[in-house]
Design a protein around this ligand. Structure first.
Ligand SMILES: Nc1ncnc2c1ncn2[C@@H]1O[C@H](COP(=O)(O)OP(=O)(O)OP(=O)(O)O)[C@@H](O)[C@H]1O
Ligand SMILES: [Mg+2]
Length: 759
């Protein structure tokens, strides 16, 4: 056992109270940066280290897989290796997937089910529309899918949905919902929402199974509790209903997933479900400066809904003022961000990995990416085209999924004719129609065709079965060739390790040659390298028993969330949506697009609740910042192909002006780095001197030096000083100044706002 003092080290009294609370229901409510996640982790350590709870009995739900890994790492440090390994930590989805692998047989479902990701789900949706003869243009597959997803998160099944469908749209959704579930079922596949729904159903319909899980998981913990939806809430309640050892942490003001069914009321229900619950409030913020907290608070305080009044305070000091910067359009906005980042990094106090750029919609990342590329700043986009969404990777995974579950129609259709093997669109549709008519998966229909073909060959006298008769023999042979390939891979996976299976499969399919044929040698090899990268991942599964290597691998691949692509080891600027930024922290944060229609989003225009949610999004974004926060907006912005004058966000007006520092426009124009004439011309409002290039080779030449040794200057913080030297660094001027009584500092002219004194 680890002694309590190590575990309680670095906690304030309220945090300690939470960590050491007697087993039973505990609700920790507290603002951002107050240590909720820290407390949750320590609580796990405390249960194990002090109460002697076997880690095997602990289940902790985190918001991302990455958070789960971090928790494990921290616990390993606190408790030593070994202990942490026995814990069950993960997102709701990954935990449910694990439960279902073990027990889905009770629901009459094979354990080797496929998990359909967003892209697969949309493909199924499109097939549903085809099956029901609904026009994709009139019935947006995404909108229908979103409605189905919301229903599932509310634990509404197709029957119930259809009973309550009132509008025409709801009636369409009801029909699609039923068919969508049929198709998934036939393919032995689950979508993300089903993972939750089916687990709840498993526990509801099989009390003995539930009891087994209740005994196993005697201690439950959940982070970001404010964003649980109905299904997640019910699941936790089911598991906790016997022992009530449930520890949840959350913040009402950070609830930002209402559109996915998250329900803040779950926090209120907690106190009702467990009247004996201890409620602990944490107040001190350890993350941000007071300047940042005041700004965040000014916006959240204007919410229409009633909130528990919380004042965020910190001992971190006042810090620098939050900066507001206006760009001419989204490109200049992005360039200003990139320029500021370059200055911060050149100043030596920050590295790329310390910085995040946050936006409301994914589309905003395009301009930002271009500006960062122009600056050669390393960056990562969270939730961009992820590795696992690349076509060649999805194709490779489709083959692997079929080796596990040949009934997976989406994977089968995906690679039926990739690489090209003479199975045309017509043949594929023919196959789908036959399978649909017989209500069997495509794979089963392929076997039927094979059996019929044999029968026809054997008995030339009896009439050939009518169904195969129509299909041209060339098409049929191509299909049967594909079937042989699938059957062989089903065979191989019984005996081969995951890595060996991949080697065999890619060879057998002719994967590399196909890529080169399709994309040319160069791009083909790039793509092949990606496939080999996937092959490398397989090695991580080599130690598992043969029977579970493939299924574990596929499950983990399916559940890598966007945020998990955030590789910390890479020292790069993080570009991320506000939604995904929850729970994270960065020394420097840029919030861009603070305009009406973007933040708050247009879709919240006449909806008070939606507007409040936008406020909370701003609040989440602002409170990610530890030291410096920048708020940006553009004078005009192109959206949906139209450029319009943008109105600054009402959230900016909610902040008292003395909490903000507005960048002097001319100063910024002179200091900014426009990457060429075109950009300068697009910018008629600014009549700056020659545009400055970040790389000194530009024809316009670098920005001129404006400080010289011996000059007297004044700095807001350091007071009076004498310039020692000045030089150009990356297009900015780096000035070394000896300040009276404060020593020698190196400053960036455009950033430090140095004033000449005298003369
Ligand atoms: N008592 C403490 N002493 C020093 N640092 C602390 C203390 N408590 C928390 N911290 C630090 O403050 C930061 C914020 O903590 P944490 O991420 O746990 O907050 P949170 O309440 O979960 O925030 P959010 O609501 O944004 O998820 C972290 O860097 C954490 O290590
Ligand atoms: Mg947290």
């Amino acid at each position: 056992m680890t002694d309590a003092s190590t575990i309680l080290d670095g906690l304030n009294p309220a945090q300690r109270q939470a960590v050491t609370a007697a087993p039973g229901p505990v609700l920790v409510l507290a603002g951002p940066g107050s240590g909720k996640t820290r407390v949750l982790t320590r609580r796990v350590a405390y249960l194990i280290g002090v109460h002697g709870v076997d880690p095997h009995h602990i289940l902790a739900v985190t918001f991302t897989n990455k958070a789960a890994r971090e928790m494990r790492d921290r616990l390993e440090k606190l408790l030593g290796p070994g202990e942490a390994a026995a814990l069950t930590v993960g997102t709701f989805h990954s935990i449910c997937a694990r439960f279902l692998r073990r027990d889905s047989i009770h629901l009459g479902r094979e354990r080797d089910f496929a998990i359909y990701d967003t892209d697969d789900q949309l493909r199924v949706m499109k097939r549903v529309l085809r099956d029901l003869n609904l026009d994709e243009k009139k019935h947006a597959p995404r909108a229908i899918h979103a409605a189905i997803s919301r229903a599932k998160n509310e634990l509404i099944d197709p029957d119930a949905y259809s009973r309550h469908a009132h509008s025409y749209f709801e009636e369409v959704v009801a029909r699609c919902f039923a068919r969508y579930q049929e198709l998934l079922r036939g393919a032995n596949a689950l979508d993300f929402d089903d993972l939750l729904v089916e687990t709840v159903r498993l526990f509801e319909e099989h009390p003995a199974v539930l009891e087994r899980y209740q005994e196993r998981y005697g201690f439950l913990l959940a982070d970001e509790y404010q964003d649980t939806n109905r299904a997640q809430y019910v699941l936790l309640k089911q598991l906790a209903s016997r022992h009530h050892n449930i520890f949840v942490v959350g913040d009402e003001d950070q609830s930002v997933y209402a559109f996915r069914g998250a329900d803040i009321r779950n926090i209120l229900s907690f106190e009702r479900d467990y009247p004996e619950a201890q409620v602990i409030l944490l107040e001190q913020n350890y993350r941000s400066t007071q300047a940042i907290l005041d700004v965040a608070q000014a916006v959240i305080n204007r919410s229409a809904q009633r909130r528990r009044d919380k004042r965020l305070w910190t001992r971190n000091g006042e810090g620098v003022l939050v900066q507001v910067i206006e760009g001419y359009d989204q490109d200049e906005e992005a360039q200003l961000v990139a320029g500021e980042i370059a200055r911060l990094i050149a100043g030596g106090a920050y590295q790329p990995g310390d910085i995040a750029i946050m936006y409301r919609t994914n589309a905003q990342s395009r301009a930002i990416e271009e500006a960062l590329i122009a600056r050669q700043a390393p960056y990562i986009i969270v939730g961009g085209t992820r590795f696992y969404e690349r076509k060649e990777i999805k194709d490779a995974l489709a083959y692997l999924r079929l080796a596990l579950n040949p009934f997976d129609d989406i994977s089968l259709s995906r690679v039926l004719n990739w690489p090209a093997r003479g199975i045309g669109q017509r043949t594929q549709e023919d196959l789908e129609r036959r399978a649909g008519a017989a209500a069997v998966p495509l794979y089963v229909m392929l076997h039927t065709l094979a059996a019929n073909a044999e029968a026809a060959a054997d008995q030339t006298t009896s009439p050939a079965p009518a169904r195969t008769g129509e299909m041209p023999s060339r098409a049929r042979n191509a299909l049967l060739g594909f079937l042989t390939l699938i059957d062989e891979s089903l065979d191989r996976r019984q005996t081969l390790s995951l890595g060996a299976l991949m080697d065999w499969l890619f060879e057998r399919v002719g994967f590399r040659e196909a890529l080169r044929r399709e994309y040319g040698d160069e791009e083909g090899d790039d793509r092949w390298n990606n496939v080999m990268e996937l092959r490398n991942v397989a090695e991580q599964y080599a130690d598992l028993p043969l029977a579970s290597q493939l299924s574990t691998f596929l499950e983990e691949v399916a559940l890598v969330s966007d945020i998990d692509t955030l590789q910390e080891e890479r020292n790069a600027v993080t570009c991320i949506t506000l939604h995904q930024a929850k729970g994270l922290e960065f020394p420097v944060v840029f919030l861009v697009g603070l305009e009406e229609g973007l933040l708050p989003h247009a879709r919240s225009a006449d909806d008070r609740d939606a507007l409040d949610e936008e406020r909370r999004l701003f609040y989440v974004g602002a409170t990610r910042a530890k030291e410096r926060l920048y708020l940006l907006h553009a004078f005009r912005r192109a959206t949906y192909g139209r450029t319009e004058i943008a109105t600054p966000s009402r959230f900016l007006h909610d902040i008292p002006p003395d909490l903000l520092q507005r960048a002097p426009k001319r100063g910024y124009a002179a200091a900014q780095m426009v990457t060429g004439r075109a950009a300068a011309l697009r910018n008629p409002r600014r009549n700056q001197a020659a545009p400055v290039s970040p790389h000194s080779a530009a024809p316009d030449g670098p920005r001129a030096i404006s400080f010289f040794a011996g000059q007297k200057v004044h700095h807001a913080q350091f007071g009076e000083g004498i310039v020692v030297s000045s030089k150009l660094v990356e297009g900015d001027e780096e000035v070394t100044v000896a300040f009276v009584g404060k020593g020698v500092k190196r400053l960036l002219a455009s950033f430090a706002n140095l004033q000449h004194v005298g003369e």
